[in-house]
Design a protein around this ligand. Sequence first.
Ligand code: 4AD
Ligand code: MG
Length: 450
Amino acid sequence: SEKVRVSDALSSKETGSNVRIQGWVRSVRPQKDNLFLHVNDGSSLQSLQVVASSHLNTRDLTFGCAVDITGTLEKSPSKRQNVELRARHIEVVGECNPVDFPFKIKERHSLEYVRQFPHLRCRTNAFSSLLRIRSEATTAIQSFFRDNGYVQIHTPVITSNDCEGAGELFQVEPAGHNDSDDPNPHFFSVPAYLTVSGQLHLEVMAGAFSAVYTFGPTFRAENSQSRRHLAEFYMVEAEIAFTESLDDLMKVMEGLFKAATEHVLSSCAEDVELFHKYIAPGHRDQVDLMLKRKFYVISYTEAIDILKSSSQNFTISTEWGCDLQTEHEKFLVKHCGNVPVFVINYPYELKPFYARDNQDQPNHTAAAVDLLVPGVGELCGGSLREERLELLSQRLSIVVIDRYLQLREFGSVPHGGFGMGFERYLQCILGLHNIKDVIPFARFSHSCLL
Ligand code: 4AD
Ligand code: MG
């Protein structure tokens, strides 16, 4: 018999073929002459119905066990599936004690509940759908950049820079290091950190390839239990040379969001529907609205005016110069009709050293942009970069990064880029409240399970 994936068996038009499937039992239903099983192997949300007549040894078949089954694909009498597998031989490869197994047959477990079992939650429908969507979204993002002529760069995980200058760095040093031996611990006597952003490395590469991107893990020593922060998250970052306006950057951000989302909606329709139907009912309309409408653009100064003239009482006051808080972001998105909003030209002092000085008065701003989206708030952050040596070196007098400065002397061009939080992107399109539910293994303050 030919080994097939469950998804292929389910879509097969031919009946009568002998096949072999391997997977995990999702339900067991004894009836008078037959035992009905559903077997899932992760290839799709749907499980394959297996019919086992009573002469087969079905004793150890329980919810959760691993099976290897050979039999014949037959047309199913049920309306819910085209085919079913009439078993000729069933082997229980790995037993599963239903008393100890944390998931119970026929129960729908909440996302909070399954989160306690990082080693087993991929066996639940919702989380396996999430992981298939996550995988497809990764492909969609890669395709977007490839189709638009970007070169993918593998930026390093270990780095000596604090790109964002926010001091949220995890330091790298050998395990068991004894501080008293070495006045300079760290990475073989030089300071080194887990990257907070690949931006500076991308800026180097944009200076040779024009358009580059990276997509990998980034780390923030953020002691936060918030529903949208992780200590390790995936970031998509793009950097584009010969870019003189934020408009060009915003076009790429909007294009990326829309192209990736269209791809996910069509290639993972069934998995996405599970979220839009059962977990975030009505969210599909929100997604369709985001795809259909052009994203709004407002300046930071306009945003402050909107917030000031609103009747809502914010816990943190809104004066020109303040950083936008989650509550402000939420309000602005609502105010714009629940469509994504770009906020541009932030106060110069709020943005990292690399942001390009707009040299304006009396409100001194930098050419920086954040994309705010419904339900999540900040999804992307980007800016034009300061390519002028004099201006950059003034600002870098405290944080000296020689090589970064030198880039401005050898064929420097106006350039810019942005980063999109991949988990926040998934939260946004699926309508998920907690970022811990969109990553295979969540790392956050005081938690590093498995
Ligand atoms: O706004 P951030 O800090 O921007 C940068 O790191 C730039 N250097 C990117 C660039 O221009 N190349 O981070 C970018 C995005 C945020 O908008 C947010 O979506 C996500 O990364 N992000 C986080 N996601 C999950 N957990 C955290 N702790 C995050 N911090 C940022
Ligand atoms: Mg930001």
